[in-house]
Design a protein around this ligand. Sequence first.
Ligand code: FMN
Length: 178
Amino acid sequence: MSHTLIIYSTTDGQTKKIGQALHDQLSDAGESAMLLSLDQAHSVDWSTIAQVYIGASIRYGHFNKALKAFITKFQAQLESRPNGFFCVNLTARKAAKNTPTTNAYMVKFIKNSAWQPQLQAVFAGALRYSTYRWNDRIIIQFIMKLTGGSTDTSKDIEYTDWDKVAQFGRDIIEQTPS
Ligand SMILES: Cc1cc2nc3c(=O)[nH]c(=O)nc-3n(C[C@H](O)[C@H](O)[C@H](O)COP(=O)(O)O)c2cc1C
């Protein structure tokens, strides 16, 4: 058992980018880190994994369905080593909705999940109008209008607080089995 495994479930890449930042921080601290997509993680050799962290983004109120299937299949592997979970969404751009106890998606996840992750974090994601299909762009723009966000579709905005991601990285390093 030696690697710290970081698994991401992403649609537009922001959760992967956060996972990559954690991976690089752990590597810089001298840990052997591995970054895998949820799909790739199905074939991991768990005997080589010292600890495991999963990050997943929200789309139209939900995580990717594959997340739940993965957690159900590998609950024992997740629980038998230090572990954690982070959720990425745009609601978390608001200070009052960016913690595990104040972010509705995280609260619901914890309430319904058989796996209770030890470390938990919520990160704001990115608003990338330029990459959305027209129907998504119009719906997201409408949601942003309703919730006081940016409606200028000519501008992409990254709301992720990278200092907060780095703090989560330090928390992971503290949990690392010696
Ligand atoms: C089609 C679409 C639907 C989204 N739905 C929600 C939502 O219901 N609630 C929310 O807080 N954020 C929502 N978001 C924002 C995403 O969670 C945010 O853009 C995040 O950075 C996406 O992460 P990913 O690139 O790893 O998939 C949505 C984004 C898109 C493109």
